[in-house]
Design a protein around this ligand. Structure first.
Ligand SMILES: C[S@@+](CC[C@H](N)C(=O)[O-])C[C@H]1O[C@@H](n2cnc3c(N)ncnc32)[C@H](O)[C@@H]1O
Length: 214
């Protein structure tokens, strides 16, 4: 993986600032995320039959490993080699490595090929320049007919600034002839904040299903 990164740098393909930010973010701690699957993903996907899944911005792999444990074949993508290496090690420990294809992409530049029954973007936010709408449109294009696009966002990504789920959905320009909105809502949940304090956070949930062809 590291060799690929060096090759990409030589060819000038990677956003160096984004990579530096996220490598620094992961490098500062032995582990950044809990390792558990995100609760909305669990809620929405638990009862679906396993198929192929694409996890965008997979971080340390909690979601991908959970999905693989249920029998999904997962392509899990992140910009950070540190995060991907941790995810791959955990997948091996969990005995699901053969069901997860970890791929390094700067999604601003390249997007994994293929079509997937589930495309999941959980908190795919970045404080560094990131063409989120364009990446999420590519995410929608990668959903199979009959498949699901699930986007979960922090409703507040900076103090005092709130977003509505419609603000994520509208720029995707999904035709109602081809897509059915299954969930479009803001939902509160309890989380652990700085210093271990219990806090309430709000998630924006967008779940849209691509209709099967007649
Ligand atoms: C807020 S974290 C969410 C991680 C994970 N989905 C979760 O829910 O725990 C955002 C993730 O997106 C990744 N990311 C940010 N910019 C990216 C880019 N341009 N291409 C690919 N991944 C990116 C980061 O490395 C990070 O792992």
């Amino acid at each position: 993986m590291s060799d690929e990164i060096h090759a990409e740098h030589r060819e000038g393909r990677t956003d160096v600032e984004a990579e530096r930010f996220w490598e620094d973010h992961y490098g500062r701690h032995e582990r950044v995320w809990s390792g558990r699957a995100n609760p909305v993903l669990v809620d929405v996907v638990e009862l679906l039959p396993p198929g192929t899944a694409l996890d965008l911005g997979c971080g340390e792999g909690g979601d991908a490993i959970w999905l693989a444990g249920l029998g999904w074949r997962v392509t899990a993508v992140d910009l950070s080699v540190t995060a991907l290496d941790r995810a791959a090690a955990d997948a091996a420990t969990a005995g699901v490595a053969e069901r997860i294809d970890f791929q390094r992409h700067d999604l601003a530049v390249t997007f994994p090929s293929g079509a997937f029954d589930l495309v999941s973007a959980q908190y795919l936010h970045s404080p560094v320049e990131f063409p989120r709408d364009r990446v999420l449109r590519a995410a929608a294009s990668a959903v199979t007919h009959g498949g699901l696009l699930l986007i979960v966002d922090h409703a507040s990504i900076s103090p005092g600034s709130w977003a509505e789920p419609e603000e994520t959905l509208a720029p995707l320009g999904l035709s109602p002839d081809e897509w059915r909105t299954e969930r479009l809502e803001a939902r509160e949940r309890e989380a652990t904040g700085p210093n271990g304090r219990r806090i309430t956070v709000t998630d924006n949930i967008i779940a849209v299903r691509r209709l099967t062809r007649e």
